[in-house]
Design a protein around this ligand. Structure first.
Ligand SMILES: Cc1cc2nc3c(=O)[nH]c(=O)nc-3n(C[C@H](O)[C@H](O)[C@H](O)COP(=O)(O)O)c2cc1C
Length: 327
């Protein structure tokens, strides 16, 4: 499919997820069908202004992951310009700007979702990105700050500025991640009002919700975040369901958990090979969190999960995993 200038193998996008959609995570999801586009989570523009080297490890080997998008978050044109100039030397496909993050840190620093309160400033920042970036630009936003009211105006701005596409998470900033608040209607209205592609995002946890998002809103593509955590197969399951109407069923058992963790470890090793980074610490953090998610629906895994939550080293992780799998 075509998403602006990007040619993608399918219309499924792995969302930017801070501290989650790392290099190995993206590779893992790709392995299970996230073959459309994957996203590097938000990079704070203030980090580029301070110590640009501190973001380098987040961009390791991204040229090997194309098609891939990198996301920037920032409150002003100066730090954003500096960040864009730094990012220009990397090889990736699309530079995404974050105007949706609801975190206290983002709102206090007047960036992310805060910019939905100051659409004039958002426009000026987008203009700066377009002027200085050597990549196509996209925008990810929520529907508004307190109420769903700014997104159509911003959609028009994005269209006039020639952005490649807009991703709309169908919630206001103040709704954060409350369940049952996803507004498919807003995504549908945005799709009807702009000529650039629209990506629908929010609460896709299974093939049915993916199909509903596409059918109801008419979105060109869909973005999946939390639904991939511990369930990377969601991508292939959605693709199959959209093509055939058939649902895949899979149960996590010890052998499948073992297999998934081995695949994840492989993704980490491939990612780390040849780079100068604290391997064991990184590997431990990645394996620990992903094992917890991968075992969340598994029967009789409570003790394993409690033990894993407490451990502090890669050595302990391996020991707990071996114990669990061999009993
Ligand atoms: C832990 C976590 C980290 C996130 N990090 C980012 C981020 O870096 N950039 C961004 O635009 N959105 C971020 N989001 C929001 C997701 O990209 C997505 O818009 C949101 O989770 C809704 O999609 P979902 O219901 O499929 O999870 C994050 C969400 C979570 C839960």
């Amino acid at each position: 499919m075509q998403l602006g200038k990007l040619k993608l193998e399918n219309n499924l996008i792995l969302a930017p997820l801070l501290n989650i959609s790392t290099g190995p995570y993206r590779k893992f999801c790709r392995h299970f069908g996230a073959i459309g586009l994957v996203s590097v989570p938000m990079l704070y523009s203030k980090r580029f202004a301070g110590k640009p080297e501190s973001v380098e490890h987040e961009l390791f080997k991204i040229e090997k992951e194309k098609p891939i998008s990198v996301q920037l978050i920032g409150p002003d044109t100066e730090s954003v310009k500096m960040s864009v100039e730094f990012l220009n030397s990397y090889d990736f496909n699309i530079l995404d700007f974050n105007a949706g993050c609801p975190s206290r840190r983002a709102i206090n620093s007047k960036e992310g979702g805060y910019l939905l309160k100051d659409i004039d400033l958002l426009k000026v920042i987008l203009n700066t990105i377009i002027k200085y970036s050597n990549k196509p630009v996209s925008l990810k936003l929520r529907t508004g700050f307190y109420k769903s009211n700014g997104y159509l105006e911003i959609g028009k701005i994005a269209e006039d500025l020639g952005l490649e596409f807009i991703t709309l998470h169908g919630r206001t900033v103040t709704k954060r991640f409350q369940s049952t608040t996803i507004e498919l209607e807003t995504i549908k209205k945005l799709k009807e009002s702009v000529s650039i592609p629209v990506v629908g995002n929010g609460d896709i946890f299974d093939p049915e919700s993916a199909k509903k998002m596409l059918d109801y809103t008419g979105a060109d593509a869909i973005m999946i975040g939390r639904g991939s955590m511990g369930n990377p197969q969601i991508f292939s399951a959605i693709e199959k369901y959209l093509k055939t109407g058939k649902k895949e069923t899979y149960k996590v058992q010890k052998d499948s958990l073992k297999n998934m963790i081995e695949i994840y470890e492989n993704c980490i090793d491939t990612f780390l090979s040849g780079i100068d980074y604290p391997h064991d610490d990184f590997k431990f953090v990645e394996l620990k969190k992903n094992s917890l998610w991968l075992s969340k629906f598994m029967k009789n895994a409570t003790v394993f999960r409690n033990n894993i939550s407490r451990i502090k080293t890669l050595y302990e992780f391996k020991r707990e995993l071996d114990n669990f799998l061999s009993n």
